[in-house]
Ligand binder design. Structure first.
Ligand code: ARG
Length: 580
């Protein structure tokens, strides 16, 4: 979509051309100071001298010609040769209207498939805040890519297969040794109810973990159980299925709260049948080799700055591990989907693992040469002390604890607000948490300051929701039908024009967010647009405006802001409440 800004850039290019100045890199940018014009061209100083002009003189020539452009209200020279540009309001309106018509057509990419792996919860372990980040960021990236026309397939990649599984089985056996799952001679039907709840599992796993460190025999038993599960021990498989399903319950509830969902709810275990043939194939083709009983692939490059150790395909005890299942999962995904891109959203401490995995995959020729792999790493969510989030007693902060804290804070804030019931409180709490998570640069660690993120003012979820609900409520109160089809008029109202100036940026924001895979670009934009709308709202009589055509323009503006806010919040998987 050629937009207003591009058209001015092209115009300046052609003006320069007529003056015999060849300049391809013409950038028109937003003014950083109020009162100077809406946009600026700051390139004159760099090109004037070498083309025999004084900067101000060249800038003036550009302005004289720019001002003749149909879209431009004013162009003038500032300082040593800056070109200030102000658009006609009608040009802004045309641009906004064009976006409305064309927005579903921005960058429709054909035949480009992305496979995204995010979430990554683990059986028998509560979600921690890192899993929250993966879920929020992954869901946002998925929706953003879809918005721009990509086909995206998502998978939660449940952690349901590694050594922990043997530990859980052995842990359950310690508590309930008489269950039929552990009886080798059992011939009947296994129970269909899980003998443990997810709460039990969250105790059983850590206890087994401690015991493994202290008790060599128990560790050996866990290893054996893992191996047996992976190789089809009927009792273990039956028990495993039950506790996996049980573990999923709270996870799915949390995903529901976060408005996160997947196309595939598969796990590390899904690829199990592919592991043995994969290992054989890797050995046969000499991609992998045996080393001290383990099977490995060398993945170091000569120019590596940090050491990249060999990729472990199988451990010496023959059990499949995290790396094994990740590689076999690619074999599986490749067979079924053959995407052009693989995306993984996991915290930055896993960077080395993904480097090894991606190199091993390429070395094994499991994907086409052009297939790309990206690990979208993210930083840690820290507490106010700047250290990784801990509960009050020093334990790892579970996602549910954090969610509860936010819910309590929001409920307190909304206590006097009769509009807000429990359901709305949940929507606001979810928005608060997600917006806080996504408004920070993905890669850097950030401090989760609950007071700041729950505030109704500032760059927060509640503020953006509040603005959207406010726009919606003006529309409702107007009690007029067909507001969406009202016309925007050229009105001399600065706060109205400021909103238009922000609305024209919407498509560019989407593109930039996608290019940088940065959802904070969307959050920043929502904040700026909301600020300008609130400013307009407080300075303008909308419902009491006596000039009917003005009133209609203002209402149309409200509906546009509401639409863009809702559309962009939806990319972040944030819902907007009816009232607030
Ligand atoms: N379950 C892993 C964890 O909790 C995250 C999984 C990431 N995805 C993957 N394909 N390795 O750390």
């Amino acid at each position: 979509m050629i937009d207003l800004i591009n058209s001015v850039e092209n115009k300046i290019k052609s003006i320069l051309n007529e003056l015999n100045i060849q300049e391809d890199n013409v950038k028109v940018v937003e003014s950083n100071k109020a009162g100077l014009g809406q946009y600026q061209y700051n390139g004159v100083m760099a090109i004037a001298g070498k083309n025999g002009y004084k900067p101000q003189e060249l800038a003036q020539k550009i302005c004289d010609l720019l001002i003749k452009d149909d879209n431009i209200l004013d162009a003038n020279v500032a300082g040593v040769g800056f070109v200030n540009i102000t658009f006609k309001t009608s040009a802004l309106i045309n641009q906004v209207n064009k976006y409305e018509v064309e927005k579903d057509k921005i960058c429709v990419v054909k035949n480009h498939k992305i496979f995204i792996d995010y979430g990554g919860p683990n059986v028998a372990k509560a979600l921690h805040v890192g899993h929250l980040r993966s879920a929020d960021i992954g869901e946002g990236l998925k929706r953003l890519a879809r918005k721009l026309g990509y086909e995206v397939i998502s998978d939660v990649h449940f952690g349901d297969w590694g050594r922990q599984m043997g530990m859980v089985i052995a842990g359950i056996e310690e508590r309930m040794p008489n269950l039929p799952f552990f009886d080798e001679n059992f011939k009947g039907e296994y129970p269909t109810q899980s003998p443990v709840t997810y709460k039990d599992l969250e105790e059983i796993y850590p206890l087994a973990n401690i015991k493994c460190k202290e008790d060599e025999a128990f560790l050996e038993k866990c290893r054996k159980y893992t191996y047996e599960l992976q190789n089809g021990n009927a009792g273990f498989v039956a028990l495993w299925k039950l506790f996996v399903a049980e573990s999923m319950k709270p996870v799915l509830k949390t995903y529901d709260f976060l408005n996160v969902s997947f196309d595939l709810y598969e796990g590390e275990s899904t690829c199990n049948d592919l592991i043995a043939p994969m290992v054989k194939d890797l050995l046969d083709r000499k991609v992998a080799y045996e080393s001290q009983g383990a099977v490995v692939i060398d993945v170091a490059n000569l120019d590596d700055k940090v050491e990249v150790p060999p990729f472990l395909v199988l451990k010496s005890d023959g059990a499949a591990m995290y790396s094994t299942t990740d590689l076999a999962t690619i074999v599986n995904r490749q067979k079924r989907f053959s995407p052009q891109e693989y995306w993984y959203v996991a915290d930055n401490r896993q960077s080395l693992h993904f480097t090894q995995l991606f190199r091993a995959t390429k070395k094994a020729n499991y994907v086409d040469e052009n297939t790309t792999f990206t690990h979208f790493a993210f930083g840690t969510m820290n507490g106010k002390d700047g250290k990784p989030f801990k509960t009050r007693d020093g334990g790892v902060m579970s996602a549910l604890t954090l969610i509860d804290n936010v819910k309590t804070e929001i409920r307190n804030k909304m206590a006097d607000n009769n509009e807000v019931n429990d359901e709305i409180c949940d929507i606001i709490s979810s928005a608060t948490l997600k917006f806080a998570d996504l408004s920070n640069n993905r890669e850097t660690d950030f401090i989760f300051d609950i007071d700041k993120f729950c505030a109704l003012e500032g760059k927060t979820g509640p503020y953006i929701l509040y603005t959207t609900v406010r726009a919606n409520s003006v529309i409702k109160k107007a009690q007029m039908s067909d507001i969406e089809n009202f016309e925007l008029l050229d009105i001399d109202n600065k706060s109205y024009i400021d909103v238009l100036l922000n609305l024209i940026k919407a498509p560019v924001v989407l593109q930039r967010a996608f290019e940088q895979k940065a959802l904070n670009v969307i959050c920043d934009y929502l904040f700026v647009l909301s600020n300008s709308f609130n400013n307009f709202y407080s300075q303008t009589k909308i419902l009491t405006e006596s000039d009917e055509s003005k009133k209609k323009s203002y209402l149309k503006l409200c509906s546009l802001v509401s639409k863009v806010n809702e559309e962009f919040l939806d990319i972040l998987a944030i819902k907007v409440p009816e009232r607030m």
